[in-house]
Design a protein around this ligand. Structure first.
Ligand SMILES: [Zn+2]
Length: 469
């Protein structure tokens, strides 16, 4: 509650400061006009200033100007930035950990979120880390990883979709159970409001389009349940495109499939963010070419620094920026330092962030930890409580407060709002929900006695559907 009040007051003070400075600009404009124009304007201008000072004075009298922060006091600067801008992480796997460790049971004394967990995320860590918003990953693994070098079964069993629904359910129940610190949101406006309320905005991301059961209808239903991004592939090809892990295993990078093109269009129409973490480089390029909306990398890194195929090469980073998207940097040791994962530190993460910022600018970079989704994390970034340290190190390297506000949360909020705008536009144009289906699909049907729906050209009644069940 203390943090809540402090943060709300800080937000209010920021708003007031900007209102004051706007008024100052307006007033100085009036004065300029009075000098160059007629004398009576000067009189009105002066009267305006007097009136405005009377109106503003009760505020200025009670609202003391905050003491300037020493630019080298990185801890104080970070505290100020993160209490006035939400730090939004693109990827945290706590729901999967709850699934694996607790079979989704949280109303018991085993799930000690309040008093502390050995893993990366708990109440104290969330508060110490000044977390302002989180995309909780509703991840379910691939039926078979493509790293096995065998063909991945594409017409997968429906447990993947069932288990994804369970992941969404546990995420919502978790957020609800700790609603004194979390607030569920499914749009960017709510994400800002949650932060202003002193809550950690909580959003749903799905980590692999294999989780939608190869079905655009399922995709729409997951949107309706509140999911707001889908990673185009995880570590397996799916009916939409090629995964990076497939290429790592020596197989061909085929990029997006024709059905994947329908998928991209439907994601744009819905307002669901396309996440390119885990996909192959050709899939990245295909999606960037086709998408009408900005795309995200919810947890990735720069391929120029770490030669792992799931990281984005420079041309992709540039194309992502040109599209107005975002590259959120991950904390996974084995990707950051493929040569020596044990040596990975917070400085490697700073290097990746810095590379993206130098290459394409601070408008297109963010943070996507993968906390609770990886067994080891870099030295200095052990858990959710460490975000402030990361921001401090970026300051030490020369980033400004404004750049770090973008990095922390403004960029992802801008991307999210833009994706919402594109969807609004497409829907206003009247584009219908996409009825395309994957041609490899098995249509399970019963042999019930159904009436005939159609006649052929000779007037004979024919079955409407001729596929093999
Ligand atoms: Zn991942």
């Amino acid at each position: 509650m203390e943090t809540l009040n402090t943060r709300a007051a800080a937000v209010a003070s920021d708003i007031l400061t900007s209102q004051e400075s706007n008024q100052a600009v307006v007033l100085s404009g009036a004065v300029t006009a009075s000098r160059s124009q007629r004398g009576w304007l000067f009189g009105i201008g002066t009267l305006g200033i007097l009136l405005a000072s009377v109106l503003i004075s009760p505020w200025t009298a009670t609202q003391e100007a905050p003491a300037p922060i020493d630019p080298t006091d990185y801890a104080a600067r970070t505290k100020h930035v993160l209490s006035t801008t939400p730090l939004i992480d693109g990827h945290n796997d706590l729901p999967y950990l709850i699934r694996n460790e607790l079979k989704h049971q949280i109303y018991n004394d085993k799930f000690t979120f309040n008093t502390g967990l050995l893993s990366n995320t708990d109440r104290q860590k969330v508060r110490d880390g000044m977390l302002g918003g989180q995309f909780w990953s509703c991840y379910i693994h691939c039926p078979k990883d493509s790293e096995t070098k065998e063909d991945v079964p594409l017409d997968e069993p429906t447990w993947t979709l069932r288990d994804t629904l369970e992941q969404i359910d546990i995420t919502k129940r978790f957020v609800n159970e700790f609603s004194d610190i979390f607030q569920f949101c499914s749009n960017s406006t709510c994400a800002r409001e949650a932060f202003a309320n002193g809550k950690v905005g909580s959003f749903i991301g799905i980590e692999g389009a294999h989780q939608i059961g190869n079905s655009l209808a399922s995709l729409r239903q997951l949107y309706d349940l509140g999911a707001r991004y889908i990673t185009t592939t995880h570590n397996c090809d799916n009916v939409f495109g090629t995964a990076a892990s497939t290429v790592t295993a020596g197989r061909e990078d085929k990029g997006l499939t024709p059905f994947g093109e329908e998928y991209v269009a439907e994601m744009n129409r819905l307002g669901m963010m396309l996440d390119l973490s885990h996909v192959s480089h050709e899939t990245m390029r295909d999606v960037l070419r086709l998408s009408e909306a900005p795309v995200i990398f919810s947890h990735t890194g720069a391929y120029a620094l770490s030669k792992v195929l799931r990281f984005a090469p420079d041309d992709v980073l540039k194309a992502t920026a040109e599209k107005g998207g975002i590259i959120m940097i991950t904390f996974v040791n084995r990707f950051l330092r493929p040569d020596n994962p044990d040596a990975a530190t917070i400085h490697d993460v700073v290097d990746h962030i810095w590379h993206v910022a130098q290459l394409v600018g601070w408008d297109y970079v963010g943070v996507g930890s993968d906390f609770d989704g990886t067994p080891v994390t870099p030295l200095g970034l052990e858990d959710v409580s460490k975000y402030p340290r990361l921001v401090e190190l970026l300051m030490e390297r020369g980033a400004t407060d404004e750049q770090l506000r973008k990095f922390a949360g403004e960029n992802i909020l801008r991307v999210w709002a833009e994706v919402e705008k594109v969807a609004e536009r497409i829907q206003a144009e009247g584009r219908k929900p996409n009825e395309a289906y994957w041609e490899g699909r098995t249509w399970v049907r019963s042999d019930m006695n159904a009436p005939i729906m159609f006649r052929d050209s000779l007037g004979k009644r024919v079955p409407s559907y001729l596929g093999n069940p």
